[in-house]
Design a protein around this ligand. Structure first.
Ligand code: ADP
Ligand code: MG
Ligand code: ZN
Length: 479
């Protein structure tokens, strides 16, 4: 068995969050009735002329700047010829030898190690429509609503060496495009998807092996599993002394296998040539400067700041910066209460509730507002409720969006810190357990926690524990 090194290069397709398509005014909205968001341009009718959506160039340049690329002030659209029913023009409009961004790199962290991954290029292109193969009817349908949606394709250098690095790279990129606001990040709807090129080579070799390309992976988990499967498959072929075929494969997530789809096209198969219907894209120096100035705080910088605010380890709070809405939620709540406690509530009970309710880790989809979480942290701090009650009511507060202070008043859950009221409960607990009282008084002071438990039960957990302790010690000690 040859010991092999894994080589991976990723091509990521990101749907840009522009209101209209790349070369026509049709809306890009997802989930509309089939073939309603179409016009003569995105339907590829003869003679219909494309005109460029400038916002897409702006967005592509922002991605390029965040990925440390050179932004080309002059780039060219090219026709990439191939025919599928979901591409009615018979060619895709993409960029070939002059893309809008080139030569970048991203710093990633996988298995605790930091490393740079080269970005070969970032170019603009239009998305294809969707072929829908209805097995039971034995027909295929075509929905062209997506045809013409602006994409940026981000091509990495073959610098990635493991499935974990591939996922770390994708998460880094995902954070960047969602923070920039150029992509809605909806992976289930295909807004962020990736083709993984995978090859093996004998350890120590400097030549790359033959690769396969796994198309259209649309979750981090599928990327991880598809690459793992592909590595094992290729290793098996090499161990048998055979050669890997260069081909395009599909990942079947249900069976967890990759399946050969077609042999790999080469650039010459596409017969690229500059699109005669579109002018070259130019960006002025002033425009580029303005775009540089609108760069928001990106995830890695925000992570450093949150680390300092909470004193929590990076691995714990990474989750808080993965989505900008999540980071904003944390930041607002932490600003109104205690940063570390806020983080702990978010990473513990809050994510648990999301999980239990099948909600994404995106506050836009929750009823709870950051003000409510901050109030919860504050009223626990002030002793208005115990930490236990806070946990008990969390699910309800989270799902209804109720403000905790009003909620505990309404439900009469406030902590009892009144020694008169607690004194009666303490007296009752002692009176009801004469045997334990006698043992305590003869030296078994460990029984104190038994009595605390009795009072807590009697007050439904609302008693202030410190006060209960104090009152019990006094009461039991007096005889
Ligand atoms: P295309 O897939 O369109 O032919 P490229 O040849 O530019 O485009 O390669 C696409 C991707 O494949 C890039 O991300 C690149 O890093 C990666 N890649 C190229 N060669 C290999 C290889 N031998 N093993 C793994 N990845 C590779
Ligand atoms: Mg490719
Ligand atoms: Zn259109």
């Amino acid at each position: 068995m040859t010991v092999c090194e894994v080589v991976i290069g990723l091509e990521v397709h990101i749907q840009l969050a522009t209101a209209s398509k790349l070369f026509c005014p049709c809306p890009t909205m997802f989930g509309q009735p089939p073939n309603t968001n179409v016009c003569e341009i995105c339907l590829g009718m003869p003679g219909a002329l494309p005109s460029l959506n400038r916002q897409a160039v702006h967005y592509a340049a922002l991605v390029g700047l965040a990925a440390n690329c050179t932004i080309n002030l002059y780039s060219v659209f090219a026709r990439k010829n191939y025919f599928y029913p979901d591409l009615p023009a018979g060619y895709q409009i993409s960029q070939f030898d002059l893309p809008v961004c080139e030569h970048g790199c991203l710093s990633i962290r996988a298995d605790g190690i930091e490393k740079n991954i080269g970005i070969t290029r970032i170019h603009l292109e239009n998305d294809a429509g969707k072929n829908i193969h209805a097995q039971d009817e034995n027909v295929s349908y075509v929905d062209l609503n997506r045809a013409g949606t602006p994409l940026v394709e981000i091509v990495s250098e073959p610098d990635i060496r493991s499935p974990a690095e591939a996922v770390a790279y994708l998460k880094t990129l995902y954070g960047i495009v969602t923070y920039l606001g150029v992509c809605d990040g909806n992976m289930e709807e295909g807004s962020f998807r990736c083709d993984a090129n995978v090859s093996l080579r004998p350890a120590g070799s400097t030549r790359f092996g033959i690769r396969s390309e796994i198309k259209n992976l649309n979750s981090f988990k599928n990327v991880q599993r598809a690459i793992e499967y592909e590595i094992a498959r290729q290793q098996g072929i090499l161990d048998d002394g055979d050669a890997v075929t260069q081909e395009t494969r599909l990942y079947d997530a249900v069976k967890n296998v990759t399946i050969a789809m077609r042999s790999k096209e080469e650039a010459h198969d596409y017969r690229y040539f500059p699109d005669p219907d579109l002018l070259p894209v130019t960006i002025s120096g002033e425009e580029l400067d303005a775009w540089k100035n609108e760069m928001p705080e990106l995830p890695h910088t925000r992570l450093e700041r949150f680390k300092a605010m909470t004193g929590l380890p990076e691995a714990d709070i990474e989750m808080l910066v993965q989505h900008p809405n999540m980071a904003d939620f944390f930041e607002t709540a932490a600003g109104l209460s205690d940063a570390r406690k806020t983080a702990n509530y978010m990473l513990g009970p809050l994510l648990r509730e999301c999980h239990a309710r099948n909600l994404p880790a995106d506050p836009a989809k929750w009823a709870m507002r950051p003000q409510a979480l901050a109030e919860l942290v504050r009223i626990v701090d002030q002793g208005l409720i115990s930490a236990k009650i806070a946990n008990d009511i969390f699910a309800e507060i989270f799902s209804t969006g109720a403000m905790p202070e009003a909620y505990i008043k309404e439900k009469n859950l406030g902590q009892i810190s009144d020694s008169g009221a607690l004194g009666a409960a303490v007296d009752a607990a002692v009176a009801a357990h004469p045997a334990e009282t006698a043992s305590y008084r003869s030296g078994k002071t460990k029984l104190l926690s038994f009595f605390v438990g009795q009072v807590m039960r009697a007050t439904k957990g609302k008693a202030n524990p410190a006060l209960v302790n104090e009152l019990l010690v006094r009461k039991l000690g007096r005889h």
